[in-house]
Design a protein around this ligand. Structure first.
Ligand SMILES: Nc1ncnc2c1ncn2[C@@H]1O[C@H](COP(=O)(O)OP(=O)(O)OP(=O)(O)O)[C@@H](O)[C@H]1O
Length: 275
């Protein structure tokens, strides 16, 4: 694959609730190239998560892409078979969400849960999968991977759980990682650590990121480009610098000024002094 190739390519996409006829997302045009970090920001209900869910083929019941073209890794999502989705979701496109604890089964130790896809999808033997998980835990800077492997999710902090889920999302070496409000439930220090981790993993593995947040400071910290969504549409977009420091749209200016009240600068000191 060449570096110019679009990993995601959405053109004029409408996502509708077929039961009500409501257009949840409309006219959505965006792409993601190898190594890129794309931010999607907007208030609650603006359509960020539904857009991400369409990329993963996990739209709510009755929701569908009804207009436009939507391609992921060269595959047309509107005509993708169940088998096609199995080769993309969780394999070539990974994801982490808010509330990491809810994605792990509390009655099974965390290590084997992360090892399972390596056994099922990659055919690794139990011992090999465990070794790989211990390496993955180390790569997301979890101390004492062997001890952690045996723990249950309820014994661990939110930050540790999110590191574990990031390790799990990267286990099959996806080309794209979607982080949908992945730091929202964490306190600000842990948020910053997870953002640093995502940046480091991007540099190390080359994974392209889609970072979704209602928080401009989070997307500003990580992203090359930002899309601003409102009422299901992209209303503003540009480089991170443009969107944060020279916002074109009145609504973006409002978002920036609101965020300044509670600390747009908290992850951005370096960015601003560099400018
Ligand atoms: N499971 C669902 N069933 C019905 N409607 C839904 C469902 N999920 C989302 N919606 C609708 O889609 C719209 C967009 O929701 P979406 O979750 O994409 O917003 P968002 O920008 O990610 O906001 P938030 O940050 O609150 O998740 C919502 O206003 C809601 O009306």
């Amino acid at each position: 694959m060449n570096s110019d190739e679009r990993l995601l390519d959405y053109r004029e996409v409408t996502i509708a609730n077929r039961m009500t006829g409501e257009h949840i997302v409309h006219g959505f045009t965006a792409s993601l190239r190898r190594g890129e970090v794309l931010g999607i920001v907007g208030e609650s209900g603006s359509g960020k998560s539904i857009t991400c869910r369409s990329i993963l083929g996990i739209l709510p019941r009755g929701f569908d892409i009804t207009e436009g073209t939507a391609e992921v890794l060269g595959q047309d999502l509107r005509n993708l078979s169940a088998k096609g989705w199995l080769s993309i979701r969780g394999v070539r496109v990974g994801a982490v969400f808010q509330d990491p604890g809810s994605y792990l089964n509390p009655s099974i130790r965390v290590g084997p849960q992360i090892a399972e896809p390596l056994r099922v999808r990659r055919g690794l033997k139990r011992g090999e999968a465990k070794e790989r998980v211990l390496d993955l835990f180390a790569s997301v800077h979890l101390a004492d991977p062997a001890d952690l492997y045996q723990r249950y999710s309820y014994e661990l902090s939110g930050g540790m759980l999110q590191r574990i889920l990031i390790a799990g999302a990267l286990a099959l070496e996806p080309e794209v990682l979607i982080a949908d409000e992945a730091t929202t439930a964490l306190d600000v220090t842990v948020q910053a650590e997870i953002l640093d981790l995502l940046e480091e993993l991007k540099e190390k593995t080359g994974v392209a990121l889609v970072v979704v947040s209602h928080d401009l400071a989070v997307v500003g910290r990580l992203c090359d480009r930002i899309l601003v969504m409102r009422h299901g549409q992209i209303i503003d977009q540009g480089s991170t610098r443009q969107v944060l420091f020279e916002p074109a749209h009145e609504y973006t200016r409002l978002l920036v000024s609101e965020h300044q009240v509670y600390g747009l600068d908290r992850f951005l000191a370096a960015e601003r002094s560099a400018g």
